[in-house]
Ligand binder design. Sequence first.
Ligand code: HEC
Length: 144
Amino acid sequence: MSPWTSAFLAVGLLLAAPAAVPAADSSTAARNNYMLRCMGCHLADGSGSAGRVPSVRDSLVPLASSAAGRRYLVQVPGAAQSPLSDLELAQVLSWMVRNLSRQAAPGGFVDFSAAEVASYRRTPLIEVQATRARLLPSAPLDRG
Ligand code: HEC
């Protein structure tokens, strides 16, 4: 093949390459991370499985409305120990509150930030069940 033909083909290939994919917005990234890292246990709609993984559909909004509840949401092992960065985890938790809850997040709901996640994440939560029962006495964790 002549050099000209090769050059022509190379330019043709470049032109045929798909346009650069625009950077996904944070909620798309959060949804994808939820599907990859969390959905296996929590299911697509957050309903979990009775006796094993609690439904998050009614717990996230009340928990996310207090500092102690937000700390619990970050420190729960599935969240804290995930391979997600602090920013990615902050975005996934915010996405979960906004998209998996049966009741709409209140107007004053503040998204989790990477700094907030970082401030809680490295402290392990040992008493998961007791902590949740204290924060949400009406819906104790049912682990069967
Ligand atoms: C291997 C199964 C599993 C995976 C994967 C998992 N979780 Fe969980 N998650 C649980 C279980 C079980 C609980 C109940 C608390 C406990 O026993 O640790 C829970 C509880 C939670 C809670 C507290 C909800 C409540 O109502 O108390 C949050 C928030 C949470 N997970 C977020 C996540 C996030 C974010 C991811 C993905 C990065 C994730 N989880 C991945 C099993 C899992």
